[in-house]
Design a protein around this ligand. Structure first.
Ligand SMILES: NC(=O)c1ccc[n+]([C@@H]2O[C@H](COP(=O)([O-])OP(=O)(O)OC[C@H]3O[C@@H](n4cnc5c(N)ncnc54)[C@H](OP(=O)(O)O)[C@@H]3O)[C@@H](O)[C@H]2O)c1
Length: 259
């Protein structure tokens, strides 16, 4: 983390990973700025935690991003650390989604994080200091059943992070992406995930959010490009390199509702 106490921005902080990041990071931050649509939840966190500001922002609305972010920068300071954490999936096959639903998933999971990066990058580059941490997904490594646009958006986010890391090596500005597996959050309560199959997967493979976030927070002290949570999910890359059809079988088995 920065030598002084950093200013940290966290999107999607009204629940799950984002709220837990706020809990674990606020004691060591100068200021933590939380973003989400459910402002009541952010306000409740701000009452509970030190050094926290709450900002209502709908990342599906690109014009709201360009209006609100410069104001937040003026009011609360330029971030040293940006967690692009907000996101959602929609557990339905591509053929059942409308084009607009498809675009909304891409907007919140890819275009909004990219927009935030465009807002914070010039300041970080000027200061030769900063860290952008993009919360992607293990789904990005091989598109699962019912995750087409979500996996595409997260894969795009990973590729963007990799390019940024290459473009800005060794200057004090760091870029990381995180590939969570199944973390026990509200993610699986809505958008079609509340099926018996998915709930069984969450019960069997889900990791407590506190444990997952402890690992993510370590990136601030020891920046690295990729973090998978749990770590053994990185093996999917090796399986895919050896046999894409075996990787497809494994991913289909874990994600198809009928299996
Ligand atoms: N849980 C997992 O197993 C898992 C696995 C892989 C990747 N991830 C990724 O981890 C990140 C955090 O997810 P989570 O598990 O913590 O899920 P979560 O508890 O459902 O939290 C999602 C957060 O994103 C925010 N969000 C969603 N749509 C938004 C929008 N249009 N504008 C602004 N904020 C929006 C939500 O806030 P509001 O609804 O208040 O706006 C909420 O704070 C996501 O990017 C997700 O894709 C999670």
């Amino acid at each position: 983390m920065s030598p002084t106490q950093p200013i940290i921005w966290i999107t999607g902080a009204s629940s799950g990973i984002g709220a837990e990041l706020a809990k674990q990071l606020s004691p060591r931050a100068n200021r933590v700025v939380l973003f989400a649509r459910r402002k009541d939840r952010l306000d409740a966190l701000a009452e509970l935690l030190p050094n926290v500001e709450a900002v209502a922002l709908d990342l599906a609305d690109s014009s709201a991003i360009s209006q609100i972010i410069p104001q937040v920068m003026d009011d609360f300071g330029h971030p040293d650390v940006l967690f692009n954490n907000a996101g959602f999936g929609d557990y339905r096959p591509v053929a059942q989604l409308t084009e607009i639903e498809h675009q909304q998933i891409m907007q919140v999971n890819y275009h909004a994080p990219a927009a935030l990066i465009h807002h914070v990058l010039p300041g970080m580059l000027k200061a030769n200091h900063g860290h952008v941490i993009n919360i992607a997904s293990i789904a990005a490594k091989f598109g699962p059943w019912g995750h087409g646009p979500y996996a595409a958006a997260k894969a795009g986010l990973i590729a963007l992070t990799q390019s940024l890391a290459i473009e800005h090596q060794g200057i004090g500005v760091h870029f990381s992406y995180v590939c969570p597996g199944i973390i026990k959050t509200e993610f699986f309560d809505t958008h079609g995930y509340d099926t018996p199959h998915m709930q069984k997967q969450v019960a069997k493979h889900g990791i407590p959010v506190e444990k997952a976030v402890k690992k993510i927070v370590k990136l601030l002290d020891k920046p690295k490009l990729e973090l998978c949570v749990p770590g053994h999910y990185r093996m999917l890359d090796w399986v895919k390199a050896l046999s894409p059809s075996l990787a497809m079988k494994l991913v289909a088995g874990g994600s198809r509702p009928s299996e």
